[in-house]
Ligand binder design. Structure first.
Ligand code: SAM
Length: 219
């Protein structure tokens, strides 16, 4: 991390970062370590989590524009979390918390079941080489984990610039128990709440189509 990011981490982490109990790995979450969101955010409000929030552009923008909603950024990249805190502090954002952890474990062990109103996965690592596609986040197993974390009628939003990953996401979620499409036609319209990040810009410049998807959690 840069010096500014190191400073942000030590000064701002106590305010923004949820100190999660770990299992063996540094970014793991110990089973049974669920938080009470009402205690963490100090109120009862809708809760939105973003997986792989990167530098935090989307979630800081969203949190500053929706002060009546609570937000959780889930990321394993510490420098990105430091950048997120610096921007959140500058924007005077008080409704955002961060967790430095492997996202599926956050959904399984840190968040209570049915606690999320929305879950965002924007430009997850594409692992586009054939021998690496099995590392992708959005699989049938992930759909089950997301379903458990979302409340009924909650929304899972996804975006990617890799067509074969978009097709994989859509196949997985069309097949998954407990989800229905929240869009008509082939793809969801671009989600208004998603700001343009470097990853989207890079994909567009390379001539790739940006695909959005949205699924509603049903009984
Ligand atoms: C391609 S970047 C996209 C970042 C951001 N969503 C954007 O659009 O700018 C993917 C991010 O997901 C994070 N990530 C990858 N696997 C993760 C995991 N298992 N849990 C949490 N974050 C993860 C990476 O560290 C990286 O910052």
């Amino acid at each position: 991390m840069s010096e500014a990011q190191e400073r942000a981490w030590s000064e701002l982490a106590p305010r923004f970062v949820i100190a999660a109990p770990r299992d063996a790995a540094a970014t793991s979450i110990r089973p049974g370590a669920a938080i009470d969101p009402h205690q963490v955010w100090g109120r009862h409000a809708p809760l939105i989590a973003e997986i792989g929030s990167g530098q935090g552009h989307a979630i800081v923008h969203a949190a500053s524009g929706a002060p009546d909603t609570d937000f959780l950024a889930i990321e394993v990249f510490r420098a990105g979390l430091a950048r997120t805190m610096l921007d959140a502090e500058r924007a005077g954002v008080g409704n955002l918390r961060l967790v430095e952890a492997n996202a599926p474990e956050v959904l399984q062990h840190l968040l209570p079941a049915a606690s999320l109103d929305e879950l965002w996965v924007f430009f997850p690592d594409p692992w586009h080489k054939k021998k690496h596609t099995k590392r992708r986040l959005v699989t049938a197993e992930f759909a089950e984990t997301a379903r458990t974390a979302l409340r009924e009628r909650g929304i899972l939003r996804l975006a990617t610039d890799w067509q074969d990953y978009a097709l994989q996401m859509r196949d997985v979620l069309d097949e998954a128990d407990g989800f229905e499409r929240a869009f008509e036609g082939d793809w969801a319209p671009r989600f208004d709440g998603r700001v343009l990040t470097a990853f989207e810009r890079k994909g567009s410049r390379a001539g790739r189509d940006i695909r959005d998807l949205a699924y509603r959690r049903v009984a």
